[in-house]
Design a protein around this ligand. Sequence first.
Ligand SMILES: [Zn+2]
Length: 349
Amino acid sequence: MRVTGTAQREAWLARTAPPVELVRPDLWSVPVPIPDSPLRYTLTYLIAAGSGLVVVDPGWNCEPAWQALAQGLKAAGASPADVTGIVVTHIHPDHHGLSARLREASGAWVAMHPAELSTLSSLRPDDAGTRRADLAWLARCGVPDDVAAGLAVNDFALAAVRAMAMPDVLLDDGDLVPLPGRPVRAVWTPGHTPGHLCLYDEAENLLLTGDHVLPRISPNIGLQSAAAEPPLAAYLRSLELIARYDHAEALPAHEYRFAGLAARVRMLLGHHERRCEEVIAILGRLGPATAWQVTEELTWSRGWPAVVGFMRRAALAEAGAHLRHLADLGQVAVTVAEAGGPDMYALVT
Ligand SMILES: [Zn+2]
C-alpha cells in the first residue's frame, strides 16, 4: 500500500486540516469537518463535466461543515447554487447529513443505492414505537437495562435521521452517475451499510471508496436490528470485489488517498479473520454468553472503558456481526431468547 495523498497524510499526523486539492482535471477533494469526532473530517469530492457539477458525500449537517464545503466549491470556481447532483456513498450523517441543505440551495438531485432508501424508510412513524423496538433488540443482545437506556435511539437522533434527504435518483450496481461527459459508475459494496456504494471514474482510473476501504482504520461492520443481509459476509464479499480495482488510485471518504487496494483488502480480510478467532476464544473461556458479554471481552483499540456513548453501540453491533457470521458458518450455536431474555451464543463442539 502506498500513500498518494501525501499532503493529507502530513496534515493527519500534524492534526491539522488537509488542503482542498485538485486531484485530477475537474475532480477536487474537500475536507469537511465533523464536530467532536476522531475521524476529524469527511473527504468530499467534487466532480465536474460540461455544465454538470456533482458533490459526493457533502458531509455533516453543521455550519462549519457548510462553510468548508462552500470554500471547496469556491476553489472549483463554483458556489452551492451551481451544484447539479449529489451522490452519497451511504446515509451515515457524516456523509449524507448536509445533502438536504445542499439540495435546497441548488435544486440538485440526490442519488443513493436503493438499500439506503430502504433504511431511511424503515423507521416507524412514531418515535416511541421506534425506541421501544430498539430497547427490545438491546435486551436480546443482553445489554443491562441501565446501559440500554443510554444506548437506545432517542428523539434527537430520530429527528436528525428524519431530516435527511430522501433520494431523487436510485443508483444500482453498474449504473452511471447522471453526469454527461464523464463516466462514473456505481459499484455496490454492501457491508458497512446495506447499500454502500463505491464510485469508479473510468477515464481517470479512480475509485471513490467511501467508508468501504480506508487506509488506516477498519470500518465498523455492524449487525443492524432491521433484518438485512448478514453484514460481515456481505462485507467480505465486497472486499474481494474491490480488490479487482488494484490498478486504480483509491479516494476514500476519510483519512488520505492511497494506491494498492488489493494489499489493503488483504489486511482487512486478515483483521476480520483474527476478530472471529478472538470471538471463538472468548466463547471458549466464558461458555454460553450474550452478545454484550462478548463485546465487553473483545479487545478495542482504545480499551473498553474508553468506548463510551454511541461507540458502545457500534462495538455491540460489530460483535453481533461476527457472532452472526460464525453462526452462519456453523461454528457457533444461537439459542433464541424466551420472551424478554437475551439470545445466548455457544461454541459448537
Ligand atoms: Zn464515514
